[in-house]
Write a protein that binds this ligand. Sequence first.
Ligand code: SAM
Ligand code: SF4
Length: 345
Amino acid sequence: MSIQTRIEESAKTQPGIARRTNPDELRHDWTREELQALFDLPFNDLLFEAQLVHRRWFKAHEVQMSTLLSIKTGGCPEDCGYCAQSSKFDTGLQASKLMEVEKVLAEARKAKEAGATRYCMGAAWREPKDRDMDMICAMIEGVKEMGMETCMTLGMLSGQQVHRLAQTGLDYYNHNVDTSEEYYPNVISTRTYQDRLDTLERVRNAGMNVCSGGIVGMGESADDRIGMLMTLANLDEHPQSVPINMLMPMEGTPLGRSEKVDSIDFVRMIAVARIVMPQSVVRLAAGRELMSEETQALCFLAGANSIFVGDKLLTAKNPEEDKDQKLFAKLGIEPMPAHSCPSEK
Ligand code: SAM
Ligand code: SF4
């Protein structure tokens, strides 16, 4: 009897674990009460439910490996309260202009050799300038030729820029909603939540895969965390990738002195994200450097199945490669093959 069947069978006999969700049904009408009920479940029941959903769509031991490169660092005109790259805060970060295409491709080759299947390129922009688009598209083409999935995160996009990226064959576009609509003005004042949703809609309508998630630990309430997951899960199409970041307090930013997130609360966030977006890849994104191996293992059990590999995220630290490899060996985790997300276009 396969693991899946055994789990399904035991779910039928386990008292009190009435299946609350049907993993075969992609819903876009989740209510606050339903998400609250999931968060209120006893921890073991929530993780059991998340595992059932996870195993319906994914191999439980496979984790998608992405590498993130900052192709243009610092000097951003936006004021995202968590971000060391904002020009509004004195974070001591050395700003740099857009990297040369060849240098980006050389870094991408190293990431591929290290086992990454997706290469994510991030720029500290409010939005890209049209004059930068030729270089951006050359980077996408170069990475595609290496056989990796391509991802860009460049800020807000015009309809024309979205069309250009889609035509070039960009696989994923990252654009995080970061928190609930209600809490958003406490974190960012230079743009609105609707601005984010508008770019997400353009990216989705252009046929590209969407990567969108947010951050836990910015002083938001439990209700805001539910609000963020509801925004994502009630989009017309679930984002194909959902990065859940643990806030990394960056010195000099307004959120630089924030309290660390409770690890169990963070695992619950991953589990509920898994349940309400069954076919999405849920990424354990920024903040892994702050997590114990046990917390990371619980996040994988809760349905996280993507990480950033490589010792640096845009400006924040990430676990070194050998530390990750030791953890994955202990957990029996293997890289997820490229293009194997069930909802990928
Ligand atoms: N400038 C582009 C934008 O704002 O869309 C690219 C952003 S890049 C993907 C950084 C993302 O990582 C942010 O959207 C945010 O969700 C997350 N992030 C940035 N700084 C962080 C921090 N200190 N802690 C946790 N997550 C962070
Ligand atoms: Fe700029 Fe992006 Fe950082 Fe916000 S998250 S300040 S938009 S680089």
